[in-house]
Design a protein around this ligand. Structure first.
Ligand code: HEC
Length: 269
């Protein structure tokens, strides 16, 4: 059995094991292994890590269409499920993408630059230079869907080495004990924070502090400063500010909404 089929098999076994404990993520096949069954495409995107508000920078990459690749790894039917796909990076960054997003927008898992240049990017928001993107980098069709440009790079995980299908985040982010309608706030936390941080054990490993706890410890002004201008608190910090592609008033609103939501969340030990 080739390693691709093996990966697909172990993923479907993992899927059956849903519910109890988190399942380990399965490693992605290499680009060369994938070439046996998938057709490579060239794709041009507005590179969110290099672009600034009003100054889009385009880049072209070589990669595989995400849906075809996921069909192969997860088996048909993954797209209709109420699940998320968790992309795990070499550096502990975890990005969870609701499967439904792949039905709305075209995405690719890219593995090289089309012009043969180094497969790396400067991450302006995190002040990191020449960050390697391989083995895989998830990119979205924000040329065909310009509304994606203002999201920044939050659902563009790079150094993706593993992926798995996980149940939807609703139980962790909107638990039964939470009083009030916080659906929009939970989505904001998911989109902007949980690739690095956690809420009661759910989220990423890059900086696994519990935001529900941290929001209780920080008053509104310091909370705001961390989200809008972390540099002013800790120069050189890897904590990215909310993207300046959003108007300041909207960033202020997100800041307040997240603080309120996280403090309302029941705290799990
Ligand atoms: C790319 C990863 C990443 C993302 C995304 C991210 N953070 Fe952070 N955050 C960090 C890192 C790393 C630190 C530690 C900063 C330091 O000490 O220099 C941090 C620190 C913080 C702190 C300060 C903790 C303390 O008291 O020391 C808060 C509060 C915080 N983040 C909240 C958030 C919120 C809310 C979001 C979403 C709007 C978010 N972060 C998104 C990486 C991230």
């Amino acid at each position: 059995m080739n390693s691709l089929r093996l990966a697909a098999l172990s993923l479907s076994v993992l899927l059956l094991g849903f519910g109890a404990r988190p399942v380990p993520a399965a490693p992605l096949p290499t680009p060369t292994e994938l070439a046996a069954t998938l057709k490579e495409e060239q794709v041009t995107v507005v590179e969110p890590h290099l672009s600034k508000a009003g100054k889009p920078v385009r880049r072209s990459y070589r990669g595989y269409p995400a849906r075809a690749l996921l069909d192969q790894l997860l088996g048909k039917g993954w797209l209709s499920a109420d699940t998320e796909i968790e992309f795990r990076a070499l550096d502990g960054y975890v990005s969870r993408v609701p499967t439904q997003r792949f039905a709305r927008y075209k995405a690719w898992l890219v593995f090289a630059r089309a012009d043969g240049g180094p497969f790396e990017v400067d991450n302006l928001a995190q002040q990191e230079k020449a960050v390697p993107l391989g083995p895989f980098y998830l990119v979205w069709d924000n040329v065909g869907h310009p509304e994606l440009i203002k999201e920044g790079g939050s659902v563009w995980p790079y150094q993706v080495a593993q992926l798995r299908l996980t149940p939807s985040s609703r139980t962790a982010l909107l638990p039964p004990g939470l009083v009030g309608d916080f659906k929009a706030q939970a989505a904001l936390a998911q989109q902007y924070c949980l690739s690095c941080h956690q809420i009661n054990g759910y989220g990423g490993d890059k900086m696994p502090l519990n935001l529900a706890e941290r929001a209780r410890l920080l008053d509104a002004p310091s909370w705001r400063q961390w989200l809008i201008s972390p540099q002013s608190l800790r120069p050189g910090t890897a904590m990215p500010a909310l993207p300046d592609s959003l108007p300041l008033a909207e960033r202020e609103r997100i800041t307040r909404q997240l603080h309120e939501y996280l403090r309302a969340l029941p705290l799990k030990p």
